[in-house]
Ligand binder design. Structure first.
Ligand SMILES: [Zn+2]
Ligand SMILES: [Zn+2]
Length: 117
């Protein structure tokens, strides 16, 4: 009694000798994800060098994270300067920056408000 199983096969052409061969799709997925080396029936080693979707997204995520980090750093530096008494608009020093912001730039206390007019 044999066991009948269904396997989804994918075909590949050896990049060295041109031999066409088939292997299970789940192996191909693994090869693609891990860039594992596999061999054609004649023994030529090869691997998928292309970036996977996961890798692409990860790269994108890291880039965005770096961007966010630098924005955050900039904001922190700006807040620090203001806390030290420097107006972020005219770059002058005042003992009471929040009062200066309100009277000279029309900005209320707190962050995120833009001057009107
Ligand atoms: Zn080959
Ligand atoms: Zn100012």
């Amino acid at each position: 009694m044999g066991v009948i199983i269904e396997v989804e096969l994918v075909t590949e052409i050896c990049c060295s000798c041109g031999m066409a061969f088939a292997f299970p799709k789940n192996l191909q997925d693994k090869f693609r994800q891990k860039h594992d080396r596999f061999y054609c029936p004649l023994g030529h080693g090869q691997y998928y060098s292309g970036e996977t979707e996961a890798e692409r997204l990860r790269k994108l995520f890291l880039e965005e994270q770096a961007e966010n980090t630098s924005l955050k750093d900039e904001l922190t530096a700006l807040k620090k300067r203001v806390d030290a008494g420097m107006c972020p608009h005219c770059h002058r020093h005042f003992a009471n920056v929040s009062r200066h912001l309100k009277t000279k730039h029309g900005i209320g206390a707190g962050w995120g408000e833009e001057p009107k007019g």
